[in-house]
Design a protein around this ligand. Sequence first.
Ligand code: SF4
Length: 183
Amino acid sequence: MTIDSEKLRQIALELGAADAKWIAVEEVPLNREFRAACESNRCGNYGRNWTCPPEIGDIDELMDEFRTYQNAIIYQTVTPIEDSFDIEGMLAAGENHNRLTAKLRVAYDGYPFTKKLHLGAGGCRVCQRCAKRKNEPCRFPDQAIASLEAYGVSVFELAQKLGMNYVSGQNTVTYFGAFLYSE
Ligand code: SF4
């Protein structure tokens, strides 16, 4: 049975994505240089989240794994914030994005994919503080979600390629997610 990618895209939009597009995985721009950005630890998650480097694994192996999938639904959430200092608003934007990912997990669950992978924005946010900070095992390994960048995806280039907004205007936060699947 051929899986209707347009239907998967529509589901993402109906569940709250601001935009969603299908792309063949072989067309997704990957760049191993993103690992250096993670290692600079500007976000503070390096070594402090099970889904971030170095725990997530070698960038070349992850890029190879990424390329084993056939298709991807790329989706985004856009959440308003008060201003660029609105930390609570930014956290709420992350939670908003996580909620959509959780709904997509359920909505896509009934399809006969031969393999599937959800990727999100930044390190996993399922828990308020990742168990890695105390070197404890991941609390929800079935729900943990790694970032597009951890797999080497150039989200900026990808957004350009798909005609999606990388930023969505002043006082908004735009997050991207991806659902990779094979038939
Ligand atoms: S589910 Fe929780 S413990 Fe596991 S990677 Fe995500 S934030 Fe960390």
